[in-house]
Design a protein around this ligand. Sequence first.
Ligand code: AMP
Length: 427
Amino acid sequence: MSFSSQGFSPEIAQALTECGYEKLTPVQQQAIPHARRGHDILAHAQTGTGKTAAFSLPIIQQLLDAPKQVGRATTRALILAPTRELVDQIANNIADYTKYVDLKVTAVYGGAKMSSQERKLENGTDVLVATPGRLIEHIELGNLNLANLEFLVFDEADRMLDMGFIGAIRTIMSGIAEHPQTMLFSATSSAQMNALAQDLLRKPKRIIVNEENSTAATVFHVVYPVDEERKLELLSELIGRKNWQQVLVFVNYKETANDVVKELKLDGIKAVLCHGDKAQSSRRRALEEFKSGKARVMVATEVAARGLDIQGLPHVVNYDMPFLAEDYVHRIGRTGRAGQQGHAVSFVSRDEELTLVQVENLIQQRIKRIQLAGYEPKSRDALLTKMHSKPAYKDRQGRKNNPQQEQSSAERRLKMMRAIRNKSKGE
Ligand code: AMP
């Protein structure tokens, strides 16, 4: 299905052509016709499926079809997203789609100056993209009034719930008078998500793209079994030997991220960092360097990299397996996007094997193991001794997304690993 058949204005169609969009992706095919007719939407679609265009193009076209002078400190459309990076990304995409029309697009998020955002909001805006926390600050200061909002989108709603934004969402909703056309996009579903959808949406059209918790069919998954202490060398060797040019590496801890970047630099591989301790400006610079190819590797923690769109990314490496199998799906969502091929490479030490099994169960696929000569993991006996004294495994089974629990289990695991390391150093 082509964009020209969807009745978009020639200016929008031209901009989409320049973005390289020829055909609609499955989520766009399903969502755009309903959204154009003004229906609420509940969509289960991962990042990478083209969901940003799926919700923003119908809004843009409807704004153009019914032109209005925007009032002071108001917006006609509001898009909420969980992180600054995602807000930036959505706003940039919309700016690309609207480059030949006269619509004002504004982004607001924490970590940036209030004053410059205030000035942008002052004269009103057509489309506002925001993180919930910063949006509430602006509302409380009287910089923004949502009473006459026409369009409302919740992007990555599951992440917003995970990050504890439920209270913020309810506060925002209390300031909206009429029911705007509302669309809720989420990669996963849960009881809490369904309850929220029931509150927010009116007779929504339901859209499901990909089975829940599945990864794109264009991603090749491989596992390299390797001992924890050999992972640094293995990463450097693979990048060099296979001549990987753009690699996003996921780690579980900021400390590991720092170590990996240091090691890669020593090996002459330009790498940048993206984790929660880094200032917003430095994360953005890292992302720009990585996207533009100035840096070959970006090493990131889960939260910092949430929702990042890095177009055409060929390689994602799980240096550490994630604590939750569901997070494997989120991480891998950065590759194999919009029909392109991607490679998902996981380094699995003996004590991460259980997580690997959970991942395989979740994605319903057995992942190919590649044993690189010289990197064979040590014997299993040591692991068995460790496993029998390991409470974290018990806790990890059957857990749901719960950041609180995730953190405490992660901390426990870190402590345990440190204890094991210290013990083996002392032996
Ligand atoms: P998203 O899921 O919105 O993060 O989009 C993932 C990537 O797919 C982004 O880089 C988009 O620019 C790209 N994209 C979205 N729609 C299309 C399309 N119809 N054709 C080609 N690429 C697209």
